[in-house]
Design a protein around this ligand. Structure first.
Ligand code: FES
Length: 130
């Protein structure tokens, strides 16, 4: 069996939403201290919906594929759903990642959450009540 699924290879070779949103409503950057890879997410939010999302990933192929898939999973979705995105959901949508590459999908979850936290920090009135 191939180490990586066709979806991982596809998103690695043709990442969908690479780039920067200059007037982003939320920006999040996270890194993995062990491998040194870095992921940055930019979100545009309109009416509590993620209307646009772009990323820059300086990292391994699994991190690039995870970023690309994660952005596809949250684009057009309500902020509340984007906040629930897990690395497992990202890995499943990619038809799996090798165990030792699961941490790469964690970066995608953390980067999106960090960007959403930035959005809430700038728009505290939008943060859902506990
Ligand atoms: Fe660092 Fe994949 S090896 S994120």
């Amino acid at each position: 069996m191939a180490l990586y699924s066709e979806k991982v290879m596809d998103h690695f070779r043709n990442p969908r939403t690479v780039g920067v949103i200059e007037d982003a409503d939320g920006v999040g950057e996270v890194g993995n201290a062990r491998c040194g890879d870095i992921m940055k997410m930019y979100l545009k939010i309109d009416d509590d919906v993620v209307s646009d999302v772009k990323f820059e990933t300086f990292g391994c192929g699994s991190a690039i594929a995870s970023s690309s898939m994660a952005t596809e999973l949250i684009k057009g979705r309500p902020v509340s759903e984007a906040m629930q995105l897990t690395n497992k959901a990202v890995a499943e949508a990619l038809d799996g990642l090798p165990d030792y590459k699961m941490h790469c999908s964690v970066l995608a979850e953390e980067a999106i959450r960090s960007a959403l936290e930035d959005y809430y920090a700038k728009n505290p009135e939008k943060r859902p009540k506990e």
